[in-house]
Design a binder for this molecule. Sequence first.
Ligand code: ZN
Length: 251
Amino acid sequence: MEIYRVHILALVSILIFSPVVHGWGIDGHLTICRIAQSRLSEAAATAVKKLLPASAEGDLGSKCSWADNVKFRYRWSSALHYIDTPDNLCTYQYTRDCKDGNGVKDRCVAGAINNYTSQLLTYGSAASQYNLTQALLFLSHFIGDIHQPLHVGFTSDRGGNTIDVKWYTTKMVLHHTWDSNIIETSEERSYDSSPDGLIDAIQKNITAEWADQVPMWEKCSRNLTTCPDMYVLYSKILSNHFPQLVSVLKS
Ligand SMILES: [Zn+2]
């Protein structure tokens, strides 16, 4: 029930603010990364600034859609933006569901979060063999994707890309509506068409209205280093309510 409440709050917040597997649009990813960067520890913030390319000018949000931009250059990365569960099964199991279209295990958004977190933990070690700038840009993007419920959907509807809905007068697929239309319309109506006001509004809610929820969001069960399974579960609970959402958007 508590998890459900969190998701309703998340849904409401998205609605207020708010190829097949793109993830949030540019503003959605930028919003998530700017908020995340503002909440880093001093040591993590310093590491992030050192790892960011110079063109980011210290702003993680400006590079948060990089993983979408390189999807065609790094074709192997496409499967890392989402996770599907079997049709009509409202449960999630990492060992059953985290695999790519060829059945290769650990190739899904939850597996990618584990992998790039492990890589980033080698930061500061002279022996690190990874490209940690890429690891940072992938991780920060995938943390956003895993919270997009249509990235944790059923296999056959391709993350809502086969579901037509109506966004006001325009016909859209559900996935695009969730990625971009909801956020952009909210920005147009309430925040001078800029993500800055949206980010401020979410930040205020985190320190006020939602403050009692924050410890749970931060909690990593069993003291694991990463908790993608918990994030998948949150998104899964929300996506289970999509039939009602779709019926509203179709009307
Ligand atoms: Zn993505």
